[in-house]
Design a protein around this ligand. Structure first.
Ligand code: PHE
Length: 446
């Protein structure tokens, strides 16, 4: 029996890096990062973002990889195997809950929207958008829960089939096709956007460094964006870490994932801002930009329907590779703990999570609500503002204070490789990361 027991491992280092980058690259890269850059001083914000992503994000990511690889277990099992005090298992349970169940339940819905809009590009969306009515199209869709659930189920099915295929033959193989495809789609969209008349102004708005626009709030935004964007604090990187080969250089791989994630977020802005400015639309973010403003922009472009389709395909691919990583958190837990087969775990887990998403899909019509928030917003709020930061603080404190000696061995492959930043890494896990994430947590609650 090999050192990993019967556990399936990634087929290659690059396969693992692409899968982890696939998890990191999601809707946040496309609809939030460019907006934050544009609003917070362009290149000045990019510098702050990179500094925080390295000092906080990267440290937590390396810690998660170490926990996964050392234990060869899912997020909950990792703490059960490694921690003597059962208290720490709470951290794993929070990760499982938020990553494996809550986020996927509503992320599947938004992925469904992107499929709906791919279809819509050729079936009426462009006409409505040309008449300034893309907001009405979105509202009609939000009011039609049955239709929305049908698209959610479609997105979840694709995700389940891939995860049921296994770590190497399912997840890794799919990401090796999907991520290069995403990159090419993005390049095509950039070429289209920057060659529109009037695109220059958008590029200037996006990138011109302006340090006077950097405020305390920008720093906070950079921190929480980095955190969400790197898929931390939800069991994903522990789970993916549990399939990494013993001789892989963990800090090196984490750097690659961070680099790819940042590059794609940066490039997304080059596809969006030139188009937004060329067409004279107010820059906005999130749902308003993606499902209302951009269709309006595409409608005015030559071959707009085609580029609209490509854009929503890009979003679908970005969302799908993130969904895969979320479902794998649940599947790896079910397989380890209940000893079910992979395919049974993926199908039953996936169906359960889809059902859990139904109240969120319904909530766009006004109910159900929880504590005065729509169900969708409530799920989003407790996961991003409370559970994810709590899990990440737990991971930092555990690895930094309790597990540090083992972490030293794990991160250097039992002394086989050198890690020059060792002391800085541990210091960050002990002090800097928990405090910085604590600030996000407090800010999110109030
Ligand atoms: N990292 C993804 C993004 O940037 C979002 C994500 C969150 C993915 C949670 C998986 C889990 O959009």
């Amino acid at each position: 029996m090999s050192a990993s027991g019967n556990r399936e491992l990634w087929g290659s280092r690059i396969g693992f890096i692409v899968a982890a980058a696939g998890s990191a690259v999601g809707l946040g890269n496309v609809w939030r990062f460019p907006y934050l850059v544009g609003m917070n001083g362009g290149a000045a914000f990019v510098l702050v973002y990179i500094a925080l992503a390295i000092t906080v994000g990267l440290t937590v990511m390396i810690a998660e990889f170490c926990l996964g690889r050392a234990s060869r277990k899912n997020a909950v099992g990792a703490f059960r195997v490694l921690a003597k005090n059962p208290f720490w298992q709470i951290v794993g349970w929070i990760g499982l809950l938020v990553g494996g169940f809550i986020i996927l339940s509503y992320y599947g819905i938004i992925a469904g929207w992107t499929i709906k809009y791919m279809v819509g590009s050729f079936t009426g969306l462009m006409d409505a958008a040309a008449a300034g009515k893309s907001g009405d199209v979105l509202n009609a869709f939000l009011a039609d829960s049955g239709n929305m659930i049908m698209y959610q189920v479609t997105a979840m099915l694709v995700c389940i089939v891939i995860v049921a295929g296994g770590v190497g033959k399912g997840i890794e193989r799919a990401c090796k096709i999907l991520m290069p495809a995403l990159f090419i789609l993005l390049l095509v969209l950039i070429v289209r956007a920057v060659t529109l008349p009037g695109a220059r102004e958008g590029i200037v708005f996006y990138l011109k460094p302006d340090f006077s626009k950097l405020t305390g709030k920008s720093v906070l935004d950079a921190l929480s964006q980095g955190f969400f964007s790197l898929s931390l604090g939800m069991g994903i990187m522990i789970t993916y870490g549990s399939y990494i080969a013993k001789d892989d250089n963990l800090p090196g791989s984490a750097m690659m994932v961070l680099g790819l994630d940042t590059l794609i977020a940066f490039l997304a802005g080059l596809a969006i801002f030139p188009a937004v400015f060329a067409m004279g639309v107010e820059p906005s973010q999130g749902v308003g930009l993606t499902f209302v403003a951009l269709p309006g922009i595409f409608a005015k472009m030559p071959m707009g329907a085609f580029f609209c389709f490509l854009f929503f395909l890009l979003l679908f691919v970005a969302a799908l590779t993130s969904m895969i990583s979320l479902l794998e958190v649940a599947v790896s837990f079910i397989m380890d703990e209940f000893h079910w087969s992979r395919s049974k775990s993926a199908w039953l887990g996936g169906i359960f999570i889809t059902l859990l998403g139904v109240p969120s899909a319904l909530s766009f019509t006004g109910s159900p609500t929880v504590f005065g928030k729509g169900f969708f917003d409530f799920m989003d709020y407790i996961s991003n503002s409370i559970l994810m930061p709590s899990c990440a603080i737990g991971i930092s404190l555990y690895v930094g204070w309790v597990w540090a000696n083992s972490a030293r061995k794990e991160v250097t492959n039992q002394g086989q490789i050198r890690f020059g930043m060792m002391e800085l890494w541990l210091m960050s896990l002990r002090f800097f990361a928990p405090i910085a994430i604590g600030v996000i947590l407090i800010n999110g609650i109030k």
